[in-house]
Write a protein that binds this ligand. Structure first.
Ligand code: PFF
Length: 448
């Protein structure tokens, strides 16, 4: 292929793509959100539904999105434009690209704040805060952090700057190098924490909670939550995997790479649960603690355990690694677009988009200090709702429809080169994925 086909560079190997895409998929969604959602929705039965969603919807969509990216070889917006023209379809399809870029931007604005919390905890826990800290002290620390917008703003700034530093260095020296170092590190830390969890005495109970299905606890609502979570966790419907696909060399099998990435993402979510729940149960704490599970419940347990400070430190480092390798994927579509259309160099494109995103994040920073305000959504909850419940599902449906209905069959068949499995992919992408995602969406906005 000519150099010109890769405007922004390309991955140096299949492994580089797999690590970067896994870095995008594996994030706060796996370590912060999945365990508390499983906790809130009854454990085992939720996990089974989640696995089904990954296989029937997540993987076909990931294949679809990566394929679109590789075929278009540009930012999601220009990719959609080029491919729509190639298929003689409406130019309006490029709005799907816009939707993705905007969603990534909005998600990163709050993602950076939560990731900032993990950095605050690295410092706190590393400084010995957990040594013999009792439950009240730990709880008070989390409340204090949430009530201190200035401290959160500082960490939000540091995290965003770190993200931009990586992104500004480009595909090769930035994204690829960061994920090559951090992803193995993340896995090693997670394995260490899993082994540690085995020694806590709550291991059996933790495993039973995660893997013994009690379908009585599963509501229609939880099925939809599972589907939404699969979507968010795999990082679909918003251009990140599309832009990563656009840096993918031609000879790599998209289907195989997607299956590996989805499997890694799911394995890490389960391993995070396997690390967290035994520790929670060993200390007779509640698993369904909502978003506070890892910042409040878990540190209480760490505070009472031998070596708890060390393992607590490893845990928050893990959260940080997971978050930053996702953050770079969230902003990459915008950076690619700005450098294509405004002619900005990569550094300028990164810092400009980062600055706007940072500003938006301040809205989230101030969302937590007001305490509970009844049923009305705060800024953070609005952004979360708008992205996870509205933009991602719409983006996902558009991607599935575009890949399987608009792009010509010869094109997708050649691009995917997956033999007999192609028919399966096509059926799932044409009917199952858009149908199921439409259900989630209609439910989320209150129509169903
Ligand atoms: N998949 C990430 C997580 O589970 O935390 C979040 C995310 C990253 C969503 C990248 C979307 C994306 F494009």
């Amino acid at each position: 292929m000519t150099e010109q086909r890769f405007l922004h560079g390309q991955w140096s190997s299949r492994m580089a793509f797999i690590l970067a895409a896994s870095g995008s998929a594996i994030g706060l969604g796996n370590i912060w959100k999945f365990p508390y959602l499983a906790g809130d929705n009854g454990g085992g039965a939720f996990v089974i539904v989640y696995l089904l969603c990954v296989v029937a919807i997540g993987i076909p969509l990931m294949i679809a999105e990566t394929m679109i990216g590789r075929r278009g070889r540009q930012s999601p917006i220009n990719t959609m434009l080029t491919l729509a023209e190639e298929a003689k379809a409406s130019r309006h399809w490029h709005y799907a690209g816009w939707l993705g870029v905007a969603a990534g931007f909005l998600i990163l604005s709050y993602y950076s704040v939560i990731a900032g919390w993990s950095m605050a905890y690295i410092l706190k826990v590393g400084g010995g805060f957990l040594a013999n800290a009792d439950a009240q002290t730990v709880q008070a620390a989390f409340l204090d952090l949430k009530a201190a917008p200035d401290i959160q703003a500082i960490w939000h700034t540091v995290f965003m700057a770190g993200t931009l530093l990586i992104v500004s260095r480009g595909v090769h020296r930035g994204l690829e190098r960061a994920t090559r170092i951090m992803m193995p590190g993340l896995l090693a830390m997670l394995v260490l924490l899993d082994i540690y969890a085995m020694t806590t005495g709550g291991f059996g109970q933790g495993l039973a909670f995660l893997f013994e299905p009690d379908f009585g606890k599963l509501s229609g609502e939880s099925v939809l939550v599972a589907m939404g979570q699969a979507f968010f966790s795999l990082g679909l419907g918003m251009g990140s995997i599309m832009v990563y696909g656009s840096y993918l060399p031609d000879h790599v099998s998209i289907a195989r790479a997607s299956i590996i990435v989805a499997t890694a993402d799911t394995a890490v979510a389960l391993m995070a649960g396997i690390a967290i729940f035994p520790i929670v149960f060993a200390h007779h704490l509640e698993p369904g603690m909502g978003p506070g599970l890892i910042f409040e419940t878990l540190p209480i347990a760490f505070g009472q355990m031998p070596g708890g400070s060390w393992f607590g430190l490893v845990f928050f480092l893990l959260v940080f690694f997971a978050a930053i390798t996702s953050a770079i994927a969230l902003i990459e579509p915008a950076v690619a677009y700005l450098s294509e259309n405004l002619g900005l160099n990569r550094t300028a494109a990164s810092w400009w988009s980062g600055a706007v995103c940072w500003l938006l994040g301040l809205g989230t920073v101030y969302s937590f200090s007001g305490g509970e305000n009844g049923s009305s959504r705060n800024f953070f909850e609005w952004v979360d709702f708008l992205t996870a419940d509205v933009m991602l599902p719409i983006g996902g449906i558009l991607v599935a429809v575009f890949a399987s209905w608009v792009i010509k069959r010869e094109v997708s068949e050649a691009e995917l080169a997956m033999g007999a499995a192609y028919a399966w992919w096509r059926a799932l992408a044409r009917y199952v994925a858009p149908g199921a995602v439409a259900l989630v969406f209609l439910h989320a906005i209150g129509v169903l």
